[in-house]
Design a protein around this ligand. Structure first.
Ligand code: MG
Length: 406
């Protein structure tokens, strides 16, 4: 837990800050003056110090100067809190080695942002210093994200989560045949948290389960709305996590969602990566068979990037292979990628699988895939992942892939 020392002589301000930090799951220590603050900093070595500038006895400058003299406390991130906003005071604090400066009154967001930014900076410095130790713990930024994520889920603030849709386009007709749904998290304080920050953290903490349930529900409802508008062939893919696949009632959950939304099972595609399937292949095959028996489609996502033995491809009840973007990038100029991708397309067709190329960004890549009879593509060349309303616009407008590329 991140420990923060608050040195502030005004009782009300001090208590407000402590309450706010405690509510965000920080470990807090309070000091009513500079002298106590110095003692606590030395004895407790907090991860960050918030310190008022104007205090009797030892003021903020005095505290910082003494902390910087001692090796144990010299590098603790230090943020000044002050009612002064004069340029000279700011300069003096920074010259002494303060890391940041908050002018009172500050908002909760300003305070949390300043803390997050300092902790992140400190973590990346620590990483540079100790690159020889491969520490697998969460960085302060990740801890911050985890904390907010836990809170959002406990409070069921699902309105912070958004589902984006990236179109999947038939390469021959140019028509949108479906979309991959992708989770986004727009946090009021953290801003847009990227999937690469969010997903691994949500997976490792188990928080992925409530989020995934929400995504599946949301996607099924949205898909039904689009089917009702006449886009009845539209198939939406949902990324499934390892934790979800292991749930004993996973199949029932899916079937329930299809039933309550009056959807035919084959409009739902579950995307599984090789890395999710392989660690417990027998269990995965059994669950996949069960789901598949009801007509739900299964796609292997990021194919080629993991370690699926090709032998299993025959055993897995799959409908689609999605070639990992790595193989597609610059495919027209990379002989090896071209050979592998061509072979993958042929293999997929021989196994009666639908094959989708991920991450198609250029006309050359599209031309290569069209020439080698890939079935469908997904990527920036046609469209980024879009909010539901934007995706609907291009559906209604019947946006198509440029067919002049041969
Ligand atoms: Mg995917």
């Amino acid at each position: 837990m991140t420990k923060i020392l608050v040195i502030e002589d005004e009782k009300l301000v001090r208590e407000n800050i402590i309450d706010l930090l405690a509510a965000e799951d920080f470990d807090t220590i309070a000091a009513a003056n500079g002298r106590i603050g110095l003692d606590l900093a030395l004895s407790q070595t907090p991860d960050l110090i918030l310190c008022d500038l104007m205090m009797p006895e030892v003021d903020g400058y005095g505290v910082l100067t003494r902390l910087r003299e001692k090796p144990v406390t010299a590098s603790i991130p230090f943020i000044f809190l002050t009612a002064k906003s004069a340029r000279t005071d700011f300069r003096q604090g920074m010259d002494l080695g303060a890391d940041d400066y908050l002018t009172k009154p500050f908002t909760r967001t300003e305070l949390l942002n300043a803390i997050a930014s300092r902790l992140t900076k400190q973590a990346s410095l620590a990483k540079q210093v100790s690159t020889k130790f491969d520490v697998q713990t969460f960085s302060p930024k990740q801890q911050m994200i985890e904390m907010f994520l836990r809170r959002a889920i406990e409070r069921e603030e699902f309105e912070q989560f958004l589902v984006y849709y990236q179109p999947i386009v038939d390469i021959h007709s140019g028509r949108i045949i479906g979309a991959e749904s992708l989770l986004r998290w727009q946090h009021p304080e953290l801003g847009m948290v990227t999937p690469t920050e969010l997903i691994p953290l949500a997976e490792s903490t188990g928080l992925i389960l409530p989020i995934s349930d929400w995504v599946l529900k949301n996607v099924c409802q949205q898909m039904k709305l689009w089917h009702n508008q006449g886009f009845t062939d539209l198939r939406i893919a949902v990324n499934i996590s390892a934790n979800q696949l292991k749930q004993p009632n996973f199949t029932e959950k899916i079937l329930h969602l299809l039933l309550v939304n009056n959807l035919v099972p084959d409009c739902l595609v579950l995307e599984l990566t090789e890395n999710i399937i392989m660690p417990d292949i027998n269990q995965a095959i059994s669950t996949m068979n069960e789901i598949h028996s009801y007509g739900v489609k299964i796609a292997i996502d990021d194919f080629g990037a993991g370690y699926t033995s090709l032998i299993y491809l025959k055993q897995l009840p799959i409908h689609t292979l999605k070639i990992d973007r790595y193989f597609i990038q610059c495919i027209a100029n990379d002989v090896q990628k071209a050979i592998i991708t061509t072979a993958l397309i042929q293999m997929a067709h021989n196994l009666n699988l639908h094959i989708v190329a991920e991450g198609v960004e250029t006309e050359q890549e599209l031309a290569f895939l069209r020439q080698h009879k890939c079935d469908a593509i997904q990527g920036f060349f046609f469209s980024h992942a879009l909010p539901a309303a934007e995706f609907e616009k291009i559906l209604v407008a019947k946006k198509r892939l440029n067919m002049s590329t041969v």
